[in-house]
Write a protein that binds this ligand. Sequence first.
Ligand code: X2X
Length: 337
Amino acid sequence: MLKRRTLMVAAAAATLLFSAASQAQYKDEYTVSTVLPSAFPWGQAADKWVELVKERSDGRINMKIYSNSQLVAGDQTKEFSAMRSGLIDMAVGSTINWSPQVPELNLFSLPFLMPDYAAIDAITQGEAGEAVFEAIKKRGVTPLAWGENGFRELSNSKLVIDEPSDLDGLKIRVVGSPLFQDTFSALGANPTQMSWADAKPALTTGAVDGQENPLSVFDVARIDQVGQEYLTRWHYMADPLVFAVSNRVWAQFSPEDQKLLKQAAIDAGQWEIEKSRGEVDDILAAIKERGVQVTELTPEQRQAFKDATESVYEKWTSRIGEDLVQQAQEAVANRNQ
Ligand code: X2X
């Protein structure tokens, strides 16, 4: 009897010790990587997450944001690997930048897959979104919630673009994901991969004629001031943002704190998605005001771009996963409108 009691006391003491030890493992501060800083919706999404976590944990969990991809020396395509290996604890990252390591994330970059916001939501909030999250987790990073960079529109310094042949030979800066090379090559353009850090200088010197980014990025980064006078709203793709934690770091949090981090990410993501969608009309007006010539495509004109980029699906569907692409296409077809 006495022996049993001693054992129980010992077990209780061990539990106490263990939880004290795991508490002690918490870092004073966790690094959070982003590409765009607080002036952009992307940076604001990260700010909100950090703020909510601090508040809800009564200051126990502190996160510090490092923007402009500074933790990976400006190379945003290295962010995922750095998180996986534990060099970065957490991130709010674009699906584009993580797609070199997580092929499934190329789903969102398939041209003209998602015509509107309801289509994005149908994918992220449904089975396809869950499958994408599983793929991320399997590669070493725990995804918690979705945010949104936005529909990426095309700008250039040369001409109004409303049909594929207008892109003929145009030098376009694209992000460092090979799928974009294929999309712009299919359209007859001359794509050049470079990081965001290098993009604005390249536009300024005229090393490239055009670029593609969400309206909020075009606006805040003042892309019109570097000669990008023509903008085509072709809505060819949108990059969701993913709030995530390195698996190694995630395992160190107690189940309660995991829940807290996740719920805060969900709330921050919803807040940012609503905010950035709600700002698009004002941004558009401001851009026009500054003299940018904005071209809206008719459904027929959009279809011509879609037809011209069919080859991207042929090449990339098997890499992304046939089932996943089909699931996403069905989600889009059956979306609530
Ligand atoms: O590099 C870009 O174009 C940006 C900022 O939109 C991304 O990080 C995907």
